[in-house]
Design a binder for this molecule. Structure first.
Ligand code: 5GP
Ligand code: ZN
Length: 114
């Protein structure tokens, strides 16, 4: 996926502020943070969106959730709490079509989701 910006970030072709990495996931600070802690957790495998998950790649969800917990620990928001958002498709505001989970925290978040 040579034109995918997140694939290029994972390969190191585009710089990013890495927070956590393992064999399956890469986590880095969002370039335009919405909250004091705003980290994107992405599978290293290119999957276009939540709708791109299937029986062959669904195990990435486990790795992503493990990565989210690592990110919450590393960034110090584990105990106070945090929100995880996945935008799926254009109506939801997905702009980068490589599956990514927003991990948001470091402040008191609105009780409303939208
Ligand atoms: P979406 O709207 O697709 O759910 O979220 C895409 C996110 O990726 C946005 O919050 C945007 O700020 C972030 N983003 C887009 N391009 C880059 C980039 O080159 N580097 C980083 N670190 N974040 C990016
Ligand atoms: Zn990609």
């Amino acid at each position: 996926m040579e034109n995918c910006i997140f694939c290029r970030i994972i390969k190191g072709e585009i710089p990013s502020a890495k927070v956590y990495e393992d064999e399956y996931v890469y986590a880095f600070k969002d370039i335009n943070p919405a909250t004091p802690v705003h980290v994107l957790v992405v599978p290293k495998m290119h999957i276009s969106s939540l709708e791109g998950l299937n029986d062959e790649n669904i195990e990435n969800v486990v790795h992503i959730h493990r990565g989210i917990k690592k990110v919450a620990d590393i960034t110090g928001i584990k105990n106070e709490g945090y929100r995880v958002i996945v935008n799926c498709g254009e109506s939801a505001g997905q702009t980068v079509f490589h599956l990514h989970y927003h991990v948001l925290g470091g402040t008191k978040l609105s009780e409303k989701i939208i």
